[in-house]
Design a protein around this ligand. Structure first.
Ligand code: AMP
Length: 187
């Protein structure tokens, strides 16, 4: 089963992705984690993306799409993907469509975790203390939220007419969201 978790930064995509990984024995595809790892390992890609990442800006599509391509073409992960943070633009959504077609896969569920700006700010400030992420400063959070509104939210138009699209209240408690997602999976 392939699932997309969609929503603004701080909506709880990563948390729900971990639950789904456990439940389905799947693979969490967090482009944020993949990119942070490139920086940690000080790779060529890492050197190219560090400034954009720290400033809360998007990493260029070419780099992200290439990393995602490797994932889609990995036979061990086929039909077992939990996307967390991809696609984040219309062009990435189109790229994903193509890769799914090329690898004979489809998306089974799209869960949109919808949360308002104030809740996000509170959550990310808490995460900053827990995880000390360099892109969790308040002005960076606000920039990331603006980018979400301008570039990522329009991706909803790409998916929200699909019968496998479900909108959830991302302000609910983690456990409540997990239960709702699990219920949809068993319908
Ligand atoms: P995340 O961990 O999903 O909040 O992502 C952290 C940062 O990684 C983002 O603010 C972007 O700089 C970068 N990033 C993650 N996913 C993508 C993506 N699909 N496209 C472009 N940049 C991304």
């Amino acid at each position: 089963m392939n699932i997309i978790l969609f929503g603004p930064p701080g909506a709880g995509k990563g948390t729900q992705a971990k639950n789904l990984v456990e439940k389905l024995n799947g693979f969490q595809i967090s482009t944020g984690d993949i990119l942070r790892n490139e920086i940690k390992m000080d790779t060529e890609i890492g050197k190219k993306i560090i400034n954009n990442m720290n400033e809360g800006k998007f990493v260029n599509d070419e780099i992200v799409n290439e990393l995602i391509k490797k994932v889609l073409f990995n036979p061990q992960k086929k039909d077992n993907l939990i996307f967390d943070g991809y696609p984040r633009s219309i062009s990435q959504a189109k790229n994903l469509e193509k890769l799914l077609k090329d690898t004979n896969q489809k998306i089974d569920f799209i869960f949109f975790l919808n949360v308002d700006k104030e809740t996000i700010i509170k959550r990310i400030e808490k995460r900053k203390i827990q995880e000390s992420r360099s892109d969790d400063e308040l002005d960076t959070i606000l920039k990331r939220y603006d980018t979400y509104m301008h570039t990522t939210k329009p991706v909803l138009d790409f998916y929200n007419k699909n019968s496998n699209f479900y909108e959830l209240d991302g302000a609910l408690e983690i456990e409540e969201i997990t239960t709702k997602i699990n219920d949809f999976l068993t319908v």
